[in-house]
Design a protein around this ligand. Structure first.
Ligand code: FEO
Length: 397
């Protein structure tokens, strides 16, 4: 794949990782792969914005060589220390040892702790600039979007924002621009990225969006470090981030359960029917043990209601659903309503445990939990249906 000129004299020199299927140590499934985007700005001075995963260093370097000699790079801007963006630096620095590395103070610390390189490093803060000739780069610190070292780089003359992980998607494509790609897959991946990585940082993200709006920076292109580049109304993704960060939700319910011998699953399916009967069309149902957690979380991102079920085992919920709820707790969802259900043999416990975790997570439990001993009979099956209906009525009220 050739370098892609995204603006005159500015090139995508990243890498498409078609086959990666797990990210962040298996906490995130990447069924559509990902990209590591690096951008080369050729001016009187030459700047490279971010690099790629270490195993792809050679490919990125070859791509740069198609445009300039690598030793001519004057600046390497490290917006983020995480190795999917900095991993190629040791190999790159061997070829351009005099290049100045630019990043936040935390980035300097982090890069040293990862690579122990003795590189010429310039620490920058929000508002600091470097002049490349015709263009200027302005830096905006963005701590906890999503690491303490994170930073955005903005080029005023090109109205180009390079915000590293923010506004990205794990989506490997031959296209480079968002408007060229499959829109369903694009937005699916953008939501999945927000839900699984950025959701707990929503407060910081909202403040950063407001800060950038106050800075009055015109933006006609957003070039993130994963996935496709936003041009033609790049603010669409900013507005989507603002909505997700405000925890704006719709009349949608996600049911997630784990079942031992099928009774809790039977309950889940009847509850779902009751929800639809009450007039809610968007309901998603997942058996947590056989579903992709990354996908479930994407569905929960804009859902007003969560219904969580588990069979009882050792007076508690089953282990997969317990792990799932722990993950949800870490995502700190706001403005959600929930209920719990499940079957048990001789003694219950799962439903109470689920309700406790939901409350600890700050989720309002709006209906007393529904329990059934062994398999639901006809009357109890009807109760499950009514439970779904009642939950929906309360959700809509
Ligand atoms: Fe894409 Fe935080 O690394």
């Amino acid at each position: 794949m050739k370098p892609c000129e995204i603006k005159k004299g500015i090139y995508w020199v990243g890498v498409v990782d078609w086959n990666i299927r797990n990210f962040h140590g298996h906490t995130y499934t990447t069924k559509r792969g990902t990209t590591y985007n690096a951008y080369l700005i050729v001016d009187e001075k030459i700047a490279l914005i971010d690099t790629v995963l270490g195993s792809f260093a050679g490919e990125m370097i070859e791509r740069i060589k198609e445009i300039v000699s690598v030793e001519k790079i004057d600046y390497i801007v490290a917006n983020h220390v995480e190795t999917d963006h900095s991993g190629a630096m040791p190999e790159l620095m061997k070829l351009c040892p005099k290049a100045k590395v630019i990043g936040s103070a935390k980035c300097k610390e982090g890069l040293y702790r990862y690579y122990y390189g003795n590189w010429d490093f310039q620490i920058v803060k929000t508002g600091d600039k470097i002049n490349l000739g015709k263009r200027t780069l302005t830096f905006i610190e963005a701590p906890m979007i999503h690491w303490p070292d994170s930073m955005f780089t903005y080029c005023q003359e090109e109205q180009l924002l390079m915000p590293n992980d923010a506004f990205g998607q794990h989506y490997a494509t031959s296209e480079r621009f968002a408007d060229e790609a499959d829109q369903c897959a694009l937005w699916d991946e953008a939501a999945k990225y927000y839900g699984n990585i950025l959701w707990p940082l929503s407060g910081v993200i909202l403040k950063k969006i407001e800060e950038i709006q106050k800075m009055g920076l015109p933006i006609n292109m957003i070039a993130p470090s994963h996935g496709l580049i936003w041009r033609n109304d790049p603010l669409k993704i900013v507005n989507a981030y603002a909505s997700w960060a405000k925890n704006e939700v719709k009349d949608k319910v996600v049911i997630v359960y784990e079942t031992m011998w099928g009774a809790t699953e039977k309950m889940a399916r009847k509850i779902e029917e009751g929800i639809i009967e009450a007039g809610l069309l968007e309901v998603k149902l997942f058996d947590v043990a056989s579903s992709d957690r990354t996908e479930i979380i994407k569905e929960m991102l804009d859902a007003k209601g969560f219904i969580i079920g588990s069979s009882t085992h050792d007076n508690d919920m089953l282990t997969n659903i317990a792990g799932f709820l722990e993950f949800i707790k870490g995502l700190k969802p706001k403005n959600r309503r929930a209920a719990a259900f499940g079957s048990h043999g001789w003694a219950g416990g799962a439903v109470k445990s689920i309700e406790n975790v939901l409350k600890e997570t700050g989720i309002e439990v709006i209906l007393p939990g529904l329990t059934v001993q062994y398999m639901p009979d006809e009357k109890q099956t009807k109760e499950c249906f009514d439970f779904g209906k009642r939950f929906t009525e309360l959700l809509k009220s």
